[in-house]
Design a protein around this ligand. Structure first.
Ligand SMILES: NC(=O)c1ccc[n+]([C@@H]2O[C@H](COP(=O)([O-])OP(=O)(O)OC[C@H]3O[C@@H](n4cnc5c(N)ncnc54)[C@H](OP(=O)(O)O)[C@@H]3O)[C@@H](O)[C@H]2O)c1
Length: 217
């Protein structure tokens, strides 16, 4: 997720620092191939001057990642990480909390947003390539901080999705299980993993909240 989203953000004109992998060569290769203003760095270097930090690591790596990133207070922190068990078969936090809420508590002072967790990585380049076409797929995001959510919405739009504000961070209790549904459709059903989604509102308003002309009662 981090490699692909970083590449997309760099191609969309953002300055990107790729960090956290077992091989520095992989991070350097990602930065080279992104072809924008991108470089490799440590998590601490990536976070230091960033307007936004994306956390995209397995739940089991979170302690290590956070210790390497240093103090993230005051930063806009986006996370697409899902609270999965070791073999990626189940959520280890659910119902009464969510991975995002637990992670946010561990980063005091950060402006936290949960985003990009509800689509498979395989669809990201396709969505970005189709960003100028009509009917962009939706992408839900959640958070309690209005300024951080504004920045997240911009990044979601830059990646080719239509941002859908799903409300406060506690709504991630619903988006994380939804992400597993999308993964089931992507990886366990026919047709391949390039799956995204789009919500359609029926009635007096269309999906984008505009009044429909000639709509029914
Ligand atoms: N993949 C998806 O489609 C998807 C969709 C929605 C949400 N998510 C969530 O997003 C998060 C990231 O998923 P992902 O599939 O992108 O994970 P990933 O492919 O494992 O990538 C995570 C990063 O962590 C690094 N890493 C792993 N073990 C490490 C270690 N011991 N030391 C240093 N770096 C290490 C990886 O580098 P290496 O190259 O060294 O492995 C990679 O750069 C997860 O929480 C997942 O649940 C994933």
């Amino acid at each position: 997720m981090g490699g692909k989203l970083g590449t997309i953000f760099a191609r969309a004109g953002h300055e990107v620092v790729f960090s956290y992998a077992r091989s520095e060569d992989k991070l350097k290769r990602l930065a080279r191939q992104a072809k924008g203003k991108a470089r490799a760095g440590t998590p601490r270097e990536a976070a230091a001057k960033a307007d936004a930090v994306l956390i995209a690591v397995h739940w089991s790596r979170m302690d290590d990642l956070l210790s390497q990133a240093g103090d993230l207070a005051g930063k806009v922190v986006l996370s697409c990480s899902l609270p999965m068990n070791a073999d990626d078969t189940a959520l280890v936090v659910a119902h009464t909390s969510s991975g995002a809420e637990e992670l946010a508590k561990r980063i005091p002072g950060a402006h936290f947003v949960s985003a990009f967790n509800t689509v498979p990585s395989e669809v990201l380049f396709g969505v970005y390539a189709a960003r100028d076409k009509a009917n962009r797929p939706d992408l839900v995001y959640c958070g309690d901080d209005a300024i951080a959510k504004k920045l997240a919405a911009r990044l979601i739009r830059d990646a080719g999705f239509e941002p859908v504000d799903a409300g406060p961070l506690r709504m991630v209790r619903y988006t994380e299980p939804f992400a597993l549904l999308v993964a089931q459709l992507a990886y366990e059903r026919k047709g391949g993993p390039e799956v995204a989604y789009r919500f359609q509102r029926y009635g007096k308003t269309n999906t984008r909240g505009k009044k429909k002309s000639g709509s029914g009662p």
